[in-house]
Design a protein around this ligand. Structure first.
Ligand SMILES: [Zn+2]
Length: 146
């Protein structure tokens, strides 16, 4: 793990914390962020964010698994109003990303608005969302060009 100097002490840099629990993991086995989906044990339908009841067949026997890390931009738009999406992206791109044939996910796409294209390859990334009361960095999920 990386270390950073803090005063006279070398302290381990803490891993950022997810802004919302149970929706994504900051670092999967390969060290990269992944979205979490529910997969129905009865019909196989997947949902993001994970659900307690299948949206296709209403079964409640669902497993949580990691979604594919990369996909294609299905469609997108540019948000130009000042909000609080993440630090440093106004205007910013919001898109729908197909991570699989049955898995379309909406999120911020970290790219220049002029660079967004339908069909663009993107991958899940982390977006800074400020800090918690203990000074720990909070992150949300988004997408960036792959
Ligand atoms: Zn189902």
């Amino acid at each position: 793990m990386l270390e950073k100097r803090s005063g006279w002490f070398m302290t381990p840099e803490s891993e950022p914390a997810p802004l919302v629990d149970g929706v994504f993991v900051v670092a999967a086995a390969d060290g990269r962020p992944r979205l979490l989906v529910s997969r129905c044990e009865a019909c196989g339908a997947r949902s993001f964010p994970p659900r307690e009841r299948c949206s296709a067949c209403s079964e409640t026997d669902l497993a949580t698994e990691e979604a594919p890390p990369e996909g294609e931009l299905y469609t997108w738009t540019v948000i130009r109003e000042l909000g609080r999406p993440t630090e440093g992206f106004i205007p910013y791109v919001v898109g729908q990303v197909d991570l699989a044939d049955d898995l379309r996910v909406m999120g911020i796409v970290k790219c220049d608005p002029g660079a967004a294209e339908i069909g663009m390859k993107v991958r899940v990334c982390l977006l800074p969302q400020g800090h918690d009361g203990d000074g720990r960095e909070l992150v949300g999920y988004g997408f960036e060009p792959a």
